[in-house]
Design a protein around this ligand. Sequence first.
Ligand code: AMP
Ligand code: MG
Length: 505
Amino acid sequence: MPVLSLDQLQWRNRFAQLPDTFYTRLAPKPLRSPRLVHASGYVAQWLGLDPAAFATPAFVEALAGNRPIPGSDPLAAVYSGHQFGVWAGQLGDGRALLLGEVDGPGGRFELQLKGSGLTPYSRMGDGRAVLRSSIREHLASIAMHGLGIPTTHSLALIAAEDPVRRETLETAAIVTRVAPSFIRFGSFQHWAARGDQDSLRLLLEHVIEHHYPECREPTLEATVERLLREVVARTARLMAQWQAVGFMHGVMNTDNMSILGLTLDYGPYGFMDGFDANHICNHTDTAGRYAWNVQPAVAHWNLYRLAEALRPLLADEQPLRRALDTFEAVFLQAFQDLLAAKLGLGRWQATDQELIDGWWQLLHTQRADFTLAFRRLAWADQTPGPGEPGTDVHEAAGGNAGHWLDLFYDTQSAGEWLQRYRQRLTQDARPAEQRRAAMLAANPLYVLRNHMAETAIRASQAGDDREVRRLAEVLSRPFEARPDAAGDAALPPDWARTLAVSCSS
Ligand code: AMP
Ligand code: MG
């Protein structure tokens, strides 16, 4: 039976069983006049919490950090990492607190408050998160889960009145993040950099015991190799999924890389509008270190840093090298499978790579809208060629009205690619309607474009949270065309072009 109060959940904290050098225990700092902006029903259910609890002041007060939850054991964890390719030394939870762990019907999850005040790891920061970035994290967590992409989750988003200075004066907010673990590559790097092998082993043991029991082998050597192989595989598949929806993380530092292969730490992320392979979503990333087309290579680089951190545990580096070398094959296979599904190709053929290369080139050259270009391909068998009459797309009610060809200014080139593609489709044995249904389940209609988040942010900053709630609902089922989301399928408006998303959060 789901319970009505956070206090009734069965709390424990296995991370807190590690030595106290791994963290600092401390309580969240209170926030003024907290209000619940939105909470996620599905996350509550995983935890065994009745969504009716959302309406209670006790829920909001606890997740605002104003009321301790009996059984929780709040702590800030320490970690280190490479930021933008440079070793940054010690970092850690500078504004987050792990409350503890709940064993619910959906599995075992840690709960973390993000934006709960200063910790010993806050460095120059103020320990807070602003409403703007918290809305972005909350909605992205929902959107990614809706897309079927591994991610940390957000139980609740709470806004408060406390002022927080960023480029301008904003207000504070807290998201309650939920994931089986928030351990990062940088958690391992931390102990390796200090030459503390005992702590490194304890962390490894914790991760194997609680999160990768299937990786335990008779020897330490074999266990480490298997773990790294598994982290490499999960990370490679995650990259394939990011690339396939046009998601850009924006700050792929090693301290933002989850040991579980989850999308972690949403900051200046973005979903691609018009496709530019070199697109940089983070305004602060002037060199384009984390541009869309380099994300898989950066993930591999980050895995090398993780392997280096594990190196002191082994007599030689060969097991680590073997594990690292599996990245490319796993990524390429996963990416190929996703593209074959998105393009409705059925079984992969030798000439498909050429077709797909032509596809990316077409999108890139014409800056065609990433999401709609894939989505409308579902009707490619009916799409009129350049200059031909007829209609193709059949979900006008969901906001997707128009031709596939409308997405291109050079319809001649687009039409040529379309001919090749249609030719290829004749070799797929499935009936057209079946293929169409499969493609619509592989290509979202609604992604969290920056301007959509921005509209919701502006409304919430003015005290109206309805748009956040509406988007949460739409983005939780992004493959479903729906009349109440017609505007969400649209190309970005002109004002969106001046939106700059930076690290400031
Ligand atoms: P990020 O790149 O946002 O994941 O953050 C990098 C490091 O800075 C982490 O150790 C964060 O905890 C810390 N940090 C970011 N923003 C703040 C803040 N406002 N107050 C304290 N620490 C922060
Ligand atoms: Mg981070």
